[in-house]
Design a binder for this molecule. Sequence first.
Ligand code: TXA
Ligand code: MG
Length: 310
Amino acid sequence: MKEEVRRAAEILRRGGLVAFPTETVYGLGADASNASAVKKLYTVKRRPADHPVIVHFDSAARAFTWAHNVPEAAAQLAKRFWPGPLTLVLKRSPLAHDFVTGGQDSIGLRVPLHPVAHELFAAFGGGVAAPSANRFGLVSPTTAAHVRDDLGAEVDLVLEGGPSEVGIESTIVDLSGGKPALLRPGKISAADIAAIIGPVEEKRVDSPRHSGGLERHYAPRTPARLVPTHELDREIATHKDKVGVLAFSRPDERVDYWLRMPRDAKTYAHKLYGALRELDSAGCEALLIEAPPDSPEWTAVLDRLRRACG
Ligand code: TXA
Ligand code: MG
């Protein structure tokens, strides 16, 4: 095991905060069984105390000890997609305290694929509470440098793990009672889930109790707008100075800050948050984002873009 990971596990045991890479985005971790460590986590994250946080593990077996009765559907999804970019919301066991569930009777569980995350959780041996390692409401970090930019000295250690491959947050499926529901789309699609457990309800009604459901979230500081391809030209003409553009086509010379994005949804997702951060730091007055196609493979990206645009 790398010395750095050993040190990170020790920091968690002492109640400190460790940022770590996952295949989705970087997480800011604390011992999920330690009330004061989780409190510190919420303070650094600037997250309201009644919002639940996902708890991360090195294995499904360990994760499921935090759930009360694991439904067959959860076992099947775990078998197929863990380790990987999927979070399961289940009824909680007594191991999951109010300070990680936001007082709710359910718990969000995830077993990431990234080898550094896996090593860290295995070395630590327990559940690691971790939201994305950015300030509340802003764009999630997909590199260790993003984390340092956002949280700097407030984190005890940032583990390096290269750029996050998926680039957007995990798919969240609620199996805590009632009909299975997709709370947040991600790389694993509603169709991928349905192929294993049958139809899932796509929850478009946003509950403030899960912060990814807030209307403006994953957002840059600069006001951003989604613009259909055929209106992009006209929009650029009305803005002229200090506009940043994220688009599929080649740069327009009237625009100083133009980032060209790939036409493949997976590669787009991988690059999205880095691109939003880059445009956000360019000092633009507005960001124009060319809308991707409204087709199933773009669902998760479109969800994040809509929230980035409020
Ligand atoms: O990919 C990810 O999921 C990343 C990495 C670090 O694992 N984590 C992440 O965490 O995106 P966070 O806290 O930024 O977003 C987690 C979402 C929030 O919307 C939270 O409210 C929701 O999951 N959530 C967690 N537990 C829940 C629960 N018991 N019921 C409903 N929503 C829950
Ligand atoms: Mg987040």
